[in-house]
Design a protein around this ligand. Structure first.
Ligand SMILES: Cc1cc2nc3c(=O)[nH]c(=O)nc-3n(C[C@H](O)[C@H](O)[C@H](O)COP(=O)(O)OP(=O)(O)OC[C@H]3O[C@@H](n4cnc5c(N)ncnc54)[C@H](O)[C@@H]3O)c2cc1C
Length: 428
């Protein structure tokens, strides 16, 4: 670690890696400092006996903000678009090649009238007057239908994409995501997500910067609303590095805890007070035989499971030869404050036994994790993000707690990095 850089980025998650690479690409000498031993934060991969298991997210929106960052950097994203996608509802599979949400709503509606009522409401909300955030998405949809299969379609999308249940999502947020991103298509990174963050780290070092793991930011020095540098703990030593630009990927609340509170004016503190991390259950399993002919299955009308991805179905190099890797997402009943995690995982496993006959005999469970608190699904529920600027002039946040409305998860993290790069370009 040198004493002086053009920019310091704390944390190497999606937002931190994208910001560090974009700043390095624009000619800056950047320090990318990560406290963990690996890069990528909640969107990386760890090797479990040859299976590249996700440390969090794994599906990248094709053509979305992460790929836009790659284009700006002139590197391939390595994302293999998922071709075979379907929805599982109440034991029946609806292949998306035969049509997406509208087609499935028509098929599962009890009457044609019901289908037209729901589709009409969606069309008005998307094209004319979206609902406010004063009610939940579930309350909004309940005005038009009580059909559990139609509710199941949206619970599957919302809980897998936005890491909260439909009754916990402010209604307007769903439509902001659709406005900016629909139709949303995803893919997985060949050889695991870590590959992409490594490519971005290489851009940092090639531009004369440093990428250091095992370095924990302890405080940001601030003078008269300007950040001057970061105090780190690295290899049991205290270090201080200076830079005129500081970018934090720690999450807005954790960033604020590193600066003297006199710099946090009250309205910003009030915004931070609304930050509510979400919880998500994540389970990896493997099988020798392929259990489904899809790379991604949205799951509705279940107890907890909301999606099953099979990264090995289309992306190369993520499972040993002749084996298949599956990633299962599940929403706890209360995603904002989950209760007994064992009970929650028991319910998720019951779903898997319903979806795959003889699940216990045919599969091998590799990992079971509930993400929450400081290592959450999302840093905060959609609709309560403090944004990428802070009250300190040259201190920025990036990550899924810092993206603009409508940009969620890895898309929001990458979007916040693009916004920071734009701000920095204006400042120079
Ligand atoms: C189980 C799960 C599944 C998901 N699935 C998807 C998906 O398929 N698609 C999608 O788009 N999104 C998904 N998400 C959301 C997505 O993973 C996150 O939105 C995204 O990874 C967040 O990135 P971030 O930029 O906020 O950084 P983070 O991942 O939060 O990384 C922050 C980094 O900062 C480091 N750090 C923290 N404090 C310090 C410090 N003091 N000093 C130095 N370093 C520090 C951390 O170690 C970490 O590496 C999922 C999330 C989870 C948990």
């Amino acid at each position: 670690m040198k004493k002086q850089y053009d920019a310091i980025v704390i944390g190497s998650g999606v937002g931190g890696s994208c910001a560090a690479a974009l700043l390095a690409h624009s000619g800056k000498r950047v320090l990318l400092a990560e406290k963990r031993a690996y890069l990528g934060g909640r969107f990386s991969t760890v090797d479990r006996d040859g299976f590249l298991c996700a440390t969090g997210g794994l599906a990248i929106q094709t053509g979305g903000c992460v790929e836009q960052v790659c284009t700006a950097l002139g590197i391939p994203s390595g994302v293999h678009p998922s071709q075979k996608v379907a929805t599982w509802l109440d034991g029946k599979i609806y292949d998306h090649q035969q049509g997406g949400t509208s087609r499935i709503i028509r098929e599962v509606a009890d009457t044609q009238n019901e289908a037209e009522r729901v589709l009409g409401a969606l069309k008005r909300a998307r094209g004319w007057c979206p609902p406010s955030n004063d009610i939940s998405f579930k309350q909004w949809l309940s005005q038009y239908t009580s059909n559990p299969r139609i509710h199941g379609i949206f619970q599957a999308t919302i809980s897998s994409l936005l890491t909260v249940n439909d009754h916990e999502l402010p209604a307007g947020e769903y439509f902001k995501v659709m406005e900016h991103n629909a139709p949303i298509t995803f893919g997985f990174i060949e050889g695991g997500s870590l590959r992409l963050w490594q490519k971005m780290a290489d851009i940092v070092t090639q531009a004369g910067g440093d990428v250091i793991t095992g370095a924990t930011a302890k405080a940001v020095a601030v003078e008269n609303y300007h950040a001057t540098g970061v105090h780190f703990r690295h290899e049991q030593c205290d270090r201080f590095a200076q830079a005129p630009i500081i970018v934090s990927n720690m999450g807005p609340a954790a960033t604020a805890s590193l600066i003297p509170s006199i710099y946090l004016e009250q309205s910003y503190q009030a915004r931070l007070g609304k930050v509510t991390p979400t919880a998500i259950m994540w389970l990896h399993f493997s099988s020798a035989e392929l259990l489904m002919e899809y790379s991604a299955l949205a799951v509705g009308c279940s107890r907890r499971v909301n999606m099953i991805d099979v990264p090995s179905f289309e992306a190369e190099g993520v499972a040993p030869e002749g084996q298949h890797l599956y990633t299962v997402g599940g929403a706890p009943l209360n995603s904002l404050d989950p209760d007994d995690i064992k009970v929650e995982f028991d319910a998720l496993l019951e779903d898997l036994r319903d979806i795959f006959p003889d699940f216990d005999q045919r599969t091998n469970v590799l990992t079971k994790t509930c993400y929450r608190g400081e290592w959450p699904g999302f840093r905060t529920v959609s609709g309560s993000r403090p944004g990428h600027r802070t009250p300190v002039l040259n201190l920025f946040n990036v990550g899924d707690g810092a993206g603009p409305p409508g940009f969620e998860g890895s898309m929001g993290a990458a979007k916040s990095a693009l916004l920071v790069a734009e701000d920095v370009a204006q400042m120079s």
